[in-house]
Design a protein around this ligand. Structure first.
Ligand SMILES: Cc1cc2nc3c(=O)[nH]c(=O)nc-3n(C[C@H](O)[C@H](O)[C@H](O)COP(=O)(O)OP(=O)(O)OC[C@H]3O[C@@H](n4cnc5c(N)ncnc54)[C@H](O)[C@@H]3O)c2cc1C
Length: 287
């Protein structure tokens, strides 16, 4: 289908984009890579009168180091995140997740911030963002504010970003030396996750000294598996510890049932994938 008619504006600064959002209010929609918004507009599930394209705002693009964090601009394409040496060194979990996200074409056009702002519970970046304690920098008429990953995902396709706000960048605390793995379960490669587990661990003196576990498509939002993390910390870095900890992967989950699998099947998957993700993460951890 062809989208309903709309007007288009492509500001070159964040301030201009925020002013346009203020001016057009509910009638406007932000356009990033268009990989989720354009299909929705073509199906006429959304028909904004104004589309505000962030594609010309250079300051929203790129990856840099800032003290104990790496900072990823919202408009950075997935393909750039996947290939970036800072991400590989300090946030390997993101690299592992992005390389499993969609196909080459989508990774080339779709953006890191767009995917997180879209907040599809089956999206592959929410779980890793939770596991890595990412911080979201959101700009609005009152200036910038920072929201932690735990508070960013509010509900199905809903985040803490207000209608008059723009996600500017994501700050990811460095996890240098941590092992990481993203275990994604799909029927056909390049599909959305039926279920996936993001795991990153730090090993010290033969024990788990740090752990971050995020679950994809196990509820209305991406979820953090705190029970699994608790069951790992301070315990020997062994398969036995991992097996016991993975048994807590379904605490607090509320998975959907659909043609790809019912809720019980997804609960089973979550445990199996958590075990696999942790074993792979452990094999890559330093120390
Ligand atoms: C065929 C196909 C397969 C895919 N498979 C996967 C997959 O396996 N895993 C996965 O995770 N994703 C997948 N995706 C989605 C992909 O990750 C998209 O890139 C992503 O969902 C949206 O990013 P975008 O930059 O294209 O944003 P857009 O589509 O432009 O925008 C998405 C939404 O976020 C809002 N938005 C965008 N940027 C901002 C911002 N900076 N501030 C505030 N609001 C903003 C928009 O207004 C819109 O509502 C797939 C997409 C396609 C087309």
């Amino acid at each position: 289908m062809i989208p309903a008619a709309f007007d288009y504006v492509a500001p070159t600064t964040l301030e201009e984009a925020l002013a346009a959002l203020q001016q057009y209010g509910d009638d406007a929609k932000i356009l990033a890579g268009g990989q989720s918004l354009l299909p929705v507009m073509r199906m006429r599930l959304n028909a904004p009168e104004w589309v505000i394209d962030l594609g010309r705002i250079e300051s929203l693009r790129g990856i840099r180091e800032d003290g104990d964090a790496i900072v990823i601009g919202a408009m950075t394409p997935h393909s750039v995140v996947a290939a970036d040496p800072l991400v590989a060194q300090h946030a390997a979990l993101l690299a592992r997740a992005v390389e499993r996200l969609a196909d080459t074409q989508v990774r080339h056009r779709g953006t890191f911030g767009g995917a997180l702002a879209h907040a599809d519970p089956a999206g592959d970046l929410g779980g890793p963002a939770l596991a890595l304690d990412a911080q979201f920098v959101i700009a609005g008429p009152g200036g910038p504010r920072t929201v932690g990953a735990d508070d960013f995902f509010v509900d199905l396709f809903e985040t803490a970003i207000g209608e008059d706000e723009i996600l500017v960048e994501v700050r990811v605390p460095k996890h240098t030396g941590w092992g990481a793995h993203y275990e994604k379960f799909v029927r056909v490669e390049h599909q959305w996750s039926i279920c996936a587990v993001a795991a990153t661990v730090r090993i010290s003196g033969g024990s788990f000294a740090g752990a971050g576990i995020g679950l994809t498509n196990m509820g209305a939002t991406p979820l953090r598996a705190r029970g699994v993390e608790e069951a790992l910390l301070g315990r020997p870095a062994s398969e036995d510890t991992i097996r016991a900890a993975a048994g807590r992967a379904t605490e607090g989950v509320d998975p959907p049932s659909d043609l790809n699998g019912d809720a019980d099947y997804r609960r089973h998957l979550a445990e199996v994938l958590t075990r696999r993700a942790l074993l792979a993460a452990l094999s890559r951890a330093e120390g």
